[in-house]
Design a binder for this molecule. Structure first.
Ligand code: MET
Length: 503
């Protein structure tokens, strides 16, 4: 078998994986969810979900990724095939794990392009002049209008979308080592430095009034644990932020050296991600809002969504600071770098599918993958509701479903003994087998309850729609799944031929 490309260094591997996980989810989505669901009340289910689902699944994806990489597969199509003797049905099922990251990327990259656009607009003094007003709505108003004009979409928005797509294309074309790894080696330290800097500014703002925001998030209390919605949101956030349940971690893990200590790598990935989420992410947006406005409006601001907080409230706050343009620039650059290192990871599964399963060359695989991203990004930019539909189906529902499937296949069907043997290969960190027995039962139960809760409570409301744009989005998702399924079945012949040949 052909030697598989691998990461250049251990540090590069960890930074790339951390870049994969650290994204808009940490700095934008997390504070909005925390604020919306009561700060400390949200954090209890959040930490429970982290320990019982997030960490184990992170390790499972690393272990499975290394195992599959050794056999020449990186995409979930190939990985699931590997576990069932390359049966077509398993490859088709695995295609869901390639569809999810791509579908997410189609809107994620459009939001990423806003961050780049807003960074440049801040740098060149083109952001609206701040209105100093303790009434949050008055202060934010100019930025709301500005955002609405920008995302119509304007020519400027389109320009930055094209630029963002080209940047992603360029880096992916350079490959795993010279593209993704180098970007992470520059991007991750920059994210930490920018993040810590902004965190200090926000917490100390207005005579340390920002500190109240941090206290609000860390005022841990159990008032949320009886509310299923809080559990759903907390678990969803864990999946989203750690990039789990969609094969994005496994694909990076498939490029490790077969001797790599994947438990260590998995723990590091989760640790860095959580640092950027619960330390840096918690120290910027909410403290800034607390420092500037009365605390009663915070949940109200969060209610209006992640975009409102990131693209309207935050620039309104930052622009009112001395050297506001610079702080606003740093804020959007932080978001851009975090998003960039994640969007690369969201596209790589499709590239791996073409390279490993279809045996296409790198340039062709990257180009065809990028064409899909470009089409999807245009849909996101021009079709109303497209972003929300993709975010719900791919970014919430399918993630949980696929996470459940991963545990069932990789632990239950592969077998605990096989899994544990693979897990304990080349590692210094010994995780007790009992832990995985608990995980094998508790995590699926956890995910299953969340899905069940949805189906029983809300499914009707979610599924039935007559809104044409929503129907277009759903058809798009379906067509993409069909396309990937066809690839999965067609490429099976190539894989089988290869196996016969090597025998
Ligand atoms: N984990 C990255 C983030 O937090 C990518 C998310 S894709 C579900 O933004």
């Amino acid at each position: 078998m052909q030697q598989r490309v691998s990461w250049n260094s251990k540090l590069g591997l960890i930074l790339a994986a951390a870049g994969n996980a650290v994204g808009l989810g940490n700095i934008l989505r997390f504070p909005s969810k925390a604020a919306l669901y009561g700060g400390g009340a949200f954090m209890v289910p959040y930490f429970v979900a982290l320990v019982l689902m997030g960490l184990p699944l992170m390790i499972i994806e690393w272990v499975i990724g290394r195992y599959a990489g050794r056999h020449g597969h990186g995409s979930m199509t190939g990985i699931l095939g590997l576990f069932f003797n390359h049966a077509s049905w398993a490859r088709v099922l695995g295609s869901i794990g390639v569809a999810i990251p791509l579908l997410i990327c189609m809107y994620y990259i459009y939001i990423e392009s806003w961050t780049l656009g807003f960074a440049f607009l801040s740098l060149f003094g083109k952001m609206p002049t701040p209105v100093i007003n303790s009434d949050a709505h008055e202060a934010v108003k100019p930025y709301v209008n500005f955002f609405k004009e920008y995302t119509k979409p304007s020519i400027m928005a389109y320009f930055f979308l094209v630029l963002t797509l080209l940047i992603n294309w360029f880096i992916l074309q350079k490959g795993i080592r010279r593209g993704i790894e180098i970007t992470a080696k520059i991007g991750m330290p920059a994210i930490i430095v920018f993040g810590v800097f902004l965190g200090i500014i926000c917490i100390s703002a207005n005579n340390w009034k920002g500190f109240e925001g941090l206290k609000f998030i860390y005022n841990l209390n159990f008032s949320g644990i009886t509310n299923p919605v809080v559990w759903v949101e907390a678990a969803g956030q864990i999946f989203f932020t750690l990039s789990l349940g969609m094969g994005a971690i496994a694909v990076y893990a498939s490029y490790v050296n077969p001797k790599e200590d994947v438990i260590k790598a998995g723990i590091w990935t989760a640790l860095i991600n959580e640092f950027v989420e619960v330390v840096i992410g918690a120290s910027i947006a909410i403290p800034a809002a607390f420092a500037m406005f009365s605390s009663v409006v915070i949940p109200e601001l969060a209610q209006e969504g992640t975009f409102r907080l990131g693209f309207m409230t935050m620039p309104a706050v930052f622009m009112s600071f001395p050297l506001g343009w610079l702080i606003s620039f740093i804020w959007f650059m932080l978001l851009f770098l975090a998003a960039l290192t994640s969007s690369l990871a969201l596209i790589q599964p499709l590239i791996a599918l073409f390279e490993d399963e279809m045996k296409w060359g790198h340039t062709k695989s990257v180009s065809v993958s990028m064409i899909f991203v470009i089409i999807g990004a245009h849909f996101s930019a021009f079709i109303p509701n497209f972003i929300d539909e993709l975010d719900f189906w791919a970014g919430c529902f399918m993630l949980l479903l696929f996470g459940l499937l991963e545990i069932i296949i990789f632990i239950w069907i592969f077998g605990m003994n096989n899994f544990y043997k693979e897990l304990t290969q080349n590692t210094k960190i010994i995780l007790p087998k009992a832990f995985f027995y608990v995980v094998a039962v508790v995590s699926p139960f956890f995910i299953f309850s969340i899905l069940y809760f949805w189906v029983v409570k809300d499914f009707k409301n979610i599924v039935f729609t007559e809104e044409p744009t929503k129907i277009v989005a759903r058809l798009f998702i379906l067509l993409f799944l069909v396309f990937l399924s066809i690839i999965a079945v067609k490429s099976r012949k190539i894989i089988m031929r290869d196996i016969r040949y090597t025998k």
